[in-house]
Design a protein around this ligand. Sequence first.
Ligand code: OMP
Length: 266
Amino acid sequence: MTFQQKLDKIVKKNNSLVCVGLDSDIDKIPEKIRNGEHSQTTFNKTIIDSTHDLVCTYKPNTAFYEQRGKGGIEALKMTCDYIREKYPEIVIIIDAKRGDIGNTNEGYTKFIFDYLGADAVTLHPYLGKEALAPFFERKDKGCIILCRTSNKGAGEFQDLIINGKELYKIVANRVVKDWNFNNNCFLVVGATFPKELKEVRKIAGDMTFLVPGIGTQGGDVETTVRAGLNSKGAGMIINSARGIIFSANPRVEAKKLRDAINKYRI
Ligand code: OMP
């Protein structure tokens, strides 16, 4: 089964475009869990058990695991194993923002797809199509390429005009027309820039976007959904991390987000 097929199934089953970001910063984990053994994994299991019927994907960002060394990598692996064993229909995106020369990328594919068993990874486009080949060759896995990011300074490079066009539009166009020969490419477009999101949708047809920036970063749900939906009333994986996992009630917040998104999907 491909990444897109797996995603379509769970979007339908849970009626959800919500991606919960497992950005489980150890310093923000409630104290009673933090002091126990395998605290990051225990925290993630609690989040996963309380939201699994409300989401389509989980997206651990490797930064919050790598910073802890061995214990963090172990927690990342245990979290991925837990999702695959207990909720195998839910998609796992590893947010690692990789993209090196081809030989090095081979190593990243082995870690992310084979060791962790993830369904997709986030990637930088800067080194070009040739360098990303080891990712593209994994036909069943998703290659989610940064296009127009959610951070304030995103425009520094991404809005540069080259041959009369913004760089982010050139990236979108290239991914859609040239890199997606295995139908396993997707784009990251931030919720904090709905005008640009709409522009990328015009270029990308029905391609699925990973859309972070809702919640703590301030992206508006209605504007984002209206700007980014594809012709099938889907095509978006809408991520919120801190706004859900560190809230007083993650289940309530995840449900609130799912329902708010669905209100504008018609
Ligand atoms: P919250 O701001 O806590 O919801 O987390 C957002 C998550 O999405 C973090 O893991 C970011 O690294 C990630 N992200 C962005 O915030 N902006 C982007 O443009 C791209 C990503 C990403 O690739 O997921």
